[in-house]
Design a protein around this ligand. Structure first.
Ligand code: 6GU
Length: 225
């Protein structure tokens, strides 16, 4: 998989991909993440990429030309399965969307910014618009990072135990059960006895039961039947 991210704040994203599971996935060549500085496609020597909104209103708007030039340059190299714009008025991101994106070869993400982008970008260049939740961030970079993280960890080989992505919260519309590690008792706080029993079948039943109860209590909206 290859993910191309277009942003005015490339440094913000570079550090995100330089650590932990995402760094390992990149080092193992399971995914390539290329961050592009929109200012490299500016139309003038001031590296300007935004301008005042026609009709007034607070905040600068990203101009259509630098974005068009950047996207056109990227599209001349490969075919994209999706060109995503991160925006609070996009479709809500969820595990199903992450699963779908994890099957793609080439993903492009344009990060939203302050007051938005010239609407012609959305009309003519973008194929999908994604929000990561019902709150407003100061830019789309964090959203691009969230989407990339959720997608990359689903690529086979990225997690050391491949089955662990499948047992995540949300993967089957159930929250994950509680987990414990040594010691079996700390400060008088005990690990549930069943987990120490060695009875795999009963442990799995207990975990499923816990998942269902947790989902009922905390996120009843996830339970369909
Ligand atoms: Cl994708 N962008 C911004 N700026 N705010 C958000 C968001 C995206 N998703 C939720 N809030």
């Amino acid at each position: 998989m290859r993910i191309d991210i277009i942003t005015c704040l490339p440094k913000l994203l570079d550090s995100f991909f330089a650590h932990s599971i995402l760094k390992r996935a990149i080092d193992k060549h399971l995914v390539e993440v290329i961050v592009h500085d929109l200012r490299d496609y500016s139309i003038n020597k001031h590296r300007q990429v935004d301008d005042y909104a026609f009709g007034g209103g607070a905040g600068m708007v990203l101009m259509v030309e630098p974005i068009h030039k950047c996207i056109t340059a990227l599209k001349s190299e490969r075919t994209y399965d999706t060109i995503i714009y991160t925006t609070p008025d996009g479709e809500l991101f969820d595990q199903k969307k992450a699963n779908r994106l994890s099957l793609m070869q080439n993903i492009m993400i344009l990060c939203g910014h302050y007051k938005g982008v010239d609407e012609r970008v959305r009309e003519h260049l973008i194929t999908d618009e994604i929000s990561i939740g019902n709150y407003v961030l100061s830019g789309g970079e964090l959203a691009a990072a969230v989407i990339s993280d959720a997608v990359i960890r689903l690529i086979p080989g990225v997690l050391s135990d491949e089955s662990s992505a499948l047992s995540d919260s949300f993967q089957d519309d159930l929250l994950a059960p509680p987990v414990y590690t040594r010691p079996a008792e700390y400060n008088g706080w005990k690990v549930p006895q069943i987990l120490l029993s060695g009875n795999t079948k009963e442990i799995e039943q207990w975990q499923l039961q816990q998942s269902i109860e947790r989902t009922k209590m905390r996120r009843p909206g996830l339970l369909k039947d």
